[in-house]
Unconditional design. Sequence first.
Length: 132
Amino acid sequence: QLDDRDDDDGDLAPGESDPASRLAALLRRQTEGRAALIVSNATDHDLCDELADLTGMEIDIVAATPEDFDDIRIGLGQGGYDYVIVLSGLVGHTLGHGVRKALAGVETTMVRAYRGDPLSCLRGLARQLGRT
């Protein structure tokens, strides 16, 4: 079972890849060449860059609050993303439910990640894609 809140990945042996790289390798066939939007409480371009390098996806990020969700909802309803990754530990459940409703009828997969780090996002993708 993949748990976003488990920080103890142990020490890596020399030459051993990190947990994020190992998980990304398992997901790469399902992510490479795809597009994702991260819904967070802040725009973290380092997260986007690192996740893009790991997955081969084109990744955008939006800082969202319930007050400005209407603009985001309109964009989500138009499609264009294969995955929408909601950082539920940062934006809250209300916004997460709003994203789910906005994606109704759109061929976009919603992914929940608890934190805003690459491993948490990869674990969310793995759960959603049945790779756990």
